[in-house]
Unconditional design. Sequence first.
Lengths: 305, 397
Amino acid sequence: MAILLLEQALNGLQFGLMLFLLAAGLTLVFGIMDMVNLAHGSLYMVGAYLVATLNLATGSFWLALVLGVAATATLGMLLETTVLRRLYQRDHVTQVLATFGILLMCNEAVRMIWGAQPLMLNPPVALAGPVELFDGFTYPAYRLLIIGVGLAAAALLYFLVVHTRLGMQVRAGASNREMALAMGTDVQRLFTLVFGVGAALCALAGGLLGPLLAVQVGMGESILILAFVVIVIGGIGSVRGALLGALLVGTVDTAGRTLIPMVFETMVGPEAAANAGPAVASILIYVLMATVLFFKPRGLFPAHG
Amino acid sequence: MSPFRPSFLRNAVVATIALSALAASAQTTEPVRVGLLSTLSGPGAGLGVDIRDGFQLAIKLSAGKLGGRTAEVIVADDQANPDTGRQTADRLIKRDKVDFMTGVVFSNVMLAVGAPTFQSKTFYISANAGPSQYAGEQCNPYFFSASYQNDNMHEAVGKTVTDKGFKRVALIAPNYPAGKDALTGFKRFYKGEVASETYTTLNQLDYGTELSKLRATKPDAVYIFLPGGMGINFIKQFVGAGLSKDMTLFGPGFSGDEDVIKAVGEPMLGMFNTSQWGHDMDNAANRKFVAAFEKEYGRLPTLYAAQGYDAAQLMDAAVRDTKGKLDDKAAVRKALEAAKFDSVRGAFKFNTNHFPIQDYYLRVITKDAKGRVTNRTLGTVFKGHADAYVGSCKMPS
């Protein structure tokens, strides 16, 4: 039982960190630019496809990851300067419509380039097996790697946001945009940079999850919904909130899928548990969101003053 | 005897033949339309692609014809979504006026596609999905399964696992009609203890949670029914978690076929699975099919491809035996029931519920003579096996 819980905690951490990579970009764009970007999930998908294709072409997972992340960041900045920039002044409905259009176009473009069938990737051979963490407890090496990279990315982002001039401007922009403007922040450059960082984080998540899941059309939509839940829980515009929210959602989702069916099984028998368990587990994160919003209507760490 | 009489008779005969030939040609210029509605996107896409390729191969080998009439195959994607499936089936039936429907992979889509198809009196030849509903109480004169009944392959694994002496088995299947049929089938022939029974979300890709539960439950064997991308991911993660050393993995043919092997590779070696067909089965029809498939597509066929191929052969036989008169529904049904074609799986005949009575085999994944990781047929698990639902089918005559 202890090992089951420990393993699930690690699974929850791994899932939560990947959610964080997506939610961090989303919350910054939402918080600083006041922009609802539904195409954020598309950057995740495009990043995953780029990393996967480069992986197959170069044969090196690491090289592919670096190149794919860089390419997606460039693509994200290009998208910002050409299209999204024109949407900042519009209302949220227009933004939702426009970015939803981009999302549909991305899906079709990917379908045309890579086909409708998912790409199935294998993790690097050295990481395909399990590692014995301590006596009697083994854990997949690749999932450990994801946790490691996720933690490193979170630390790097923390350093960027808290200890650099750019980060200071980002925080200033998130808490009061007009004032930051008045103090002479070059917002246009800042927005483009933030968007590039968000896109890079998306591609990192997509590239890392590719071998674990599957790289396919529409992979961005399902995870984007969770990323939105995360930033609502964490407080819009707050990177710290996104991290905590992501870890909460990751843990609750994983724990729910293990424990709820087990609890149901003892209460109502396996047949009913099989039917009701997954259903209840999947609404658990929304119950969590509702609870947080009941006590903290603006999320755990609201960024605006 | 008048000298004119024989020639008059001859002329009359010639004229009749000419007229009937004309009538026949009027009918045969219209192509036989087939709606091939299958899953061509998402994690289950590999299955649909193989059904499509197998089906089209059969038509190509008979020079683009079905039973002597030109064939027109309209391919559509159901996206593994029952709503999309039903809408697209409606379109194929009403707008394209297809004579046959085939191709659906997943049983939840099948149950949605069935109603509009049967209502329009269009024959559905299943190249994969064989839900228990259509084998039992909801059996239908317009439904024919050229594949299996969902429970069957799992029954064969249940028997194999029992025969091999495993006592504690954990079961995993997706939460949809065929997933329930699968575990019901397995338990019908498995005599040991069920260590755990888990239903996962359909098209789930991350099995971290299920694998931790397996580690805690410690069964001596695991039975998975996870077709397509689900199985590929499960097996990779199962091996990645190091569980393959502690428990033996069993699956139906779906979880151990060439599509999964191609994606997972060497870790699949030694996995037992069951099927009504294997690419190494030694009969003339199968040798021709496998050789042609490899030549055309450059890969080994899966059981889905074999089922698609047989579905086309069954239609071919029905068009041929009714001389192309597909409007005579009673005659078409009779011709389909007779199933006069050389199935790639050898002996094949229909039960009264239009599901096959056939043999099921045990296969193991090994390296073949060319060094490829692939399936080898080991032996027969069931001979002339029928499904468990035929008793509750009152087939309208």
